[in-house]
Write a protein that binds this ligand. Structure first.
Ligand SMILES: Cc1ncc(COP(=O)(O)O)c(C=O)c1O
Length: 385
């Protein structure tokens, strides 16, 4: 029998996928499911994106691109930093990637040697831990607290570094699973602390563009020109399966990352890059999708307290609510299994995001339709009410 490497053995399974499998089985058996377990928009890619990709496909030739991406796309992304945040980014510092997922691999590999410890938020996106483990790096949790809105702080970073001697730090805003936006001043302080401690600062900004009546999403580049910013067309632009994202990196990392990208995957998919370029023309369509999430969020926030789920951080951005279910259960995984089996609502147990405290939380995604959200509330009322 072939045994997997020690590194791969350290990669945890994704419980959300188990929920998806159980939900699919229920649907095959004729049951209905409201899907709130999946972190992806139900809306299709914008019309302009589809038209651009169809146009390119009609030419027949779908080539590799340069490893760092199509020059026109890199330029357009760079321009967006000026338009959106007032930050000057040279197009040469933009790297087009196969989703932000590839961005993490490229960032971690280019910055850290085996055994290095990287501070990551907990609760947080589980792939950070898994990718670090797969690369023989160590994810060091920065434990976030509900009373701090699940936002990391400069003090927390200093405290974790004092204990663990980090080699780098990663933060995300808006966050998965809490939806927390790090306030601009707090992000500035985090960047300053990282610089003080000589730690590379990696900022996952994949949910930018998805904010609700609250804090503006600042980019780390406003506060640290050397921050490594990772972003994607998956979420705001509704292009999950196109697998295209980007990074902004300091000059010193461009060539190392180019060498890695050339060897690891040659280039991000050409058609997806052509589509991504057109996504910048689709602001109106995409803002309308975002306004739909805002309505979904309002429906859920209105209903949850009456369901015993009042201790839910209201999500400044992204499309998740991270509900504290400790009044109802101390086993969120079992709670999610029963919620699916008995109410036909699929959601993700918190253990995916937080191995320590996740048994008390459930993540609901509100990236689906308004009808889905209303139906979920109706079913949960019947089940929990
Ligand atoms: C916080 C966060 N970062 C990164 C990703 C990966 O996205 P992609 O590889 O599609 O860009 C996700 C996906 O859910 C996420 O929630």
């Amino acid at each position: 029998m072939l045994l997997p490497s020690r590194r791969v053995a350290a990669v945890a399974p994704f419980l959300a996928m188990d929920v998806m499998t159980a939900a699919a089985a229920r649907e095959r058996a004729g049951g209905s499911v409201v899907h709130m377990e999946v972190g992806q928009p139900s809306a299709p890619a914008p019309r302009a994106v589809i038209a651009a990709a169809q146009g390119a496909l009609a030419h027949g030739r779908v080539p590799y691109t340069e490893a760092l991406g199509l020059p026109a796309l890199r330029e357009r992304i760079a321009r967006d930093y000026r338009d959106r945040y007032g930050v000057d980014v040279a197009p040469e510092r933009v790297v087009v990637t196969t989703g932000s997922s590839a961005g993490f691999i490229l960032a971690f590999m280019s910055l850290f040697d085996a055994g290095a410890r990287v501070g990551v938020p907990q609760p947080g996106y589980p792939a950070y831990r898994s990718i670090l483990a797969a690369l023989d790096l160590v994810a060091t949790p920065m434990v976030l607290r509900a009373e701090d809105r699940f936002a990391p702080t400069a003090e927390l970073l200093r405290a974790v570094h004092a204990q663990a001697r980090l080699s780098g730090v990663l933060v995300m805003s808006p966050a998965n699973p809490s939806g927390t936006v790090i306030a601009p001043d707090a992000l500035r302080a985090l960047c300053a602390a990282a610089r003080d401690l000589s730690l590379p600062f990696i900022s996952d900004e994949i949910y930018h563009g998805l904010g609700y009546d609250g804090l503006p999403s600042a980019t780390a580049l406003q506060f640290d020109a050397d921050a490594i910013v990772i972003n994607s067309f998956s979420k705001y632009h509704c292009m999950t399966g196109w697998r295209v994202g980007w990074m902004v990196v300091p000059d010193s990392l461009v060539r190392p990352i180019e060498r890695l990208a050339q060897n690891l995957y040659i280039s991000a998919p050409y058609l997806s890059q052509v589509g991504a370029l057109a996504a910048f023309e689709a602001g109106e369509e995409l803002d309308a999708v975002r306004d739909g999430y805002a309505r979904n969020r309002a429906i859920l926030l209105d209903a949850l307290p009456g369901l015993g789920l009042g201790r839910t951080h209201p999500a400044d951005g992204a499309f998740y609510l991270y509900a504290d279910v400790s009044d109802l259960t101390d086993d969120a995984a079992e709670f999610c299994r029963r919620m699916l089996a008995e109410a036909g609502v699929a959601a993700t147990p918190g253990l995916d995001f937080d191995p320590a405290e996740g048994a008390h939380h459930v993540r609901f995604s509100f990236a689906g339709s308004e009808d889905d959200c209303r139906e979920a509330v109706r079913r949960l009322r019947g089940w929990l009410g």
